[in-house]
Ligand binder design. Structure first.
Ligand SMILES: Cc1cc2nc3c(=O)[nH]c(=O)nc-3n(C[C@H](O)[C@H](O)[C@H](O)COP(=O)(O)OP(=O)(O)OC[C@H]3O[C@@H](n4cnc5c(N)ncnc54)[C@H](O)[C@@H]3O)c2cc1C
Length: 380
């Protein structure tokens, strides 16, 4: 489908990313996923493409401009490698860097942002707790004032990059109950009382790490607070918007892989004397998958346009998030069906994507929470 918003710059960016992914990621993605990690050099190589620098001023190592379409292009093209863990391992930093750039103290910002954007160091966002992730306003990790600083106690879990990151943005309760009592803090790995353990044996995203973080009376100085006291909830909610765009575009990219591999297989595989693609049931599956993907792509483009206009479409992002993951769930299932037994074997993109549908549908705001947010945004 032609994209009315394409420009020569976006086309050139797409070509660059596509060749990079085909040359430097796809041939190795299966091996990295089985090994449970990506090489750290990849963070630095990818940083050279500029993809960690959207919306970040040049003096902090960023691109000095933002473009929602380019953010989406990166997520779509990276999905072609067929291993969502690669994107998660690289992208953990992108969901934590915005609060640092916008709200951290100048000392912290100037010191750590260039390290993160250049891929030398990782950063993670810690919101989810063992007691729950959806109900952010009721998080339990606490921060109490101690002299010229804060003492943080509690635990975070499912934190992407949690085992490998040096820098963390975490939510903690500094005030009363509910959303008005949450603040954000910058914590560095190495702080006394900060420990972590890996979450292992996951359904997917094998080559990215997720961790449980433990804070046992961890002291941070006063300027480790990110943004105003008790205003962390809104910072987290705003931060979710671009994370969701990445998840929508990533789901679109994964869905495109499902269609591409289904068509390739259906042309090659012969049953009952003719290629699968000549059986009407399979042709209808392909038509249905393709139509849903086109709709998701058009929706994503419209949202990117609105974001670029400076008008963050919160309702559309929430609707597109669950629409994207439902689309992906459908096409991944149909693709697996078209590949038959061959799809069930490890080492092909469809098998992995089928396992990685659910993390897209749960992470960054689950389908249920997205529907709730969408109707609230509709004033209902
Ligand atoms: C691989 C992976 C990586 C992750 N990375 C990060 C990360 O980097 N940082 C981070 O902070 N978190 C991360 N998460 C956590 C993720 O954001 C949470 O899993 C998600 O927000 C849901 O929280 P929960 O798992 O605690 O489910 P819960 O909040 O316990 O909800 C359980 C189920 O109930 C549904 N539900 C909850 N409330 C309602 C309601 N009111 N009405 C109807 N249904 C409801 C939910 O949609 C969900 O399906 C990650 C998760 C995974 C799996």
């Amino acid at each position: 489908m032609r994209n009315p918003f394409d420009t020569p710059e976006r086309e050139a960016f797409r070509d660059t990313v596509r060749s990079f992914v085909a040359r430097d990621i796809t041939p190795f993605a299966d091996g990295w996923d089985e090994a449970g990690e990506i090489p750290w050099e990849l963070h630095q190589k990818v940083a050279e493409l500029g993809v960690f620098g959207f919306g970040i001023p040049e003096e902090h190592g960023g691109l000095g401009f933002d473009d929602a379409f380019m953010r989406a292009i990166w997520a779509v093209e990276l999905a072609a490698c067929g291993a969502g863990g690669v994107g998660a391992a690289l992208g953990g930093r992108t969901i934590s860097i915005d609060p640092i750039v916008k709200f951290a103290s100048p000392e912290i910002r100037d010191r750590v942002v260039p390290e993160i954007v250049s891929g030398r160091k990782g950063s993670s966002l810690g919101i989810t707790e063992p007691g729950g992730g959806s109900d952010v306003a009721n998080l339990k990790t606490s921060a109490r004032k101690d002299g010229n600083g804060w003492r943080i106690s509690g635990s975070k879990t499912f934190i992407t990059g949690g085992m490998t990151s040096d820098y963390f943005v975490i939510g903690a309760r500094t005030g009363g109950e509910g959303m008005g009592g949450v603040s954000l803090f910058f914590i560095e790995w190495g702080a006394e009382g900060f420990t972590r353990t890996a979450l292992e044996r996951k359904m997917g995203w094998w080559c990215s790490d997720q961790a449980t973080l433990y804070f046992d009376d961890v002291f941070v100085p006063a300027d480790a607070m990110i943004g105003p006291e008790n205003a962390g909830f809104m910072v987290v909610m705003n931060n979710f918007n671009l994370e969701r765009l990445g998840l929508i575009a990533g789901s679109l990219g994964m869905a495109k892989v499902c269609l591409e591999d289904s068509i390739a297989w259906a042309k090659e595989r012969v049953t009952f004397g003719k290629p699968l693609i000549r059986h009407q049931v399979i042709r209808h599956k392909i038509a249905d998958m393709s139509a849903r993907i086109d709709a998701l792509e058009a929706y994503t483009n419209q949202i990117c346009w609105q974001i670029n206009e400076g008008d963050m479409p919160v309702a559309e992002l929430s609707k597109a998030k669950f629409f994207a993951t439902k689309t992906l769930e459908h096409v991944a299932s149909e693709a697996m069906q078209i590949l038959g037994g061959a799809g069930y074997l490890r080492g092909n993109r469809i098998e992995r994507i089928y396992r990685e549908v659910k993390v897209m549908a749960i992470g960054g705001g689950s389908e249920e929470i997205m529907k709730d947010l969408a109707v609230r945004q509709m004033g209902l």
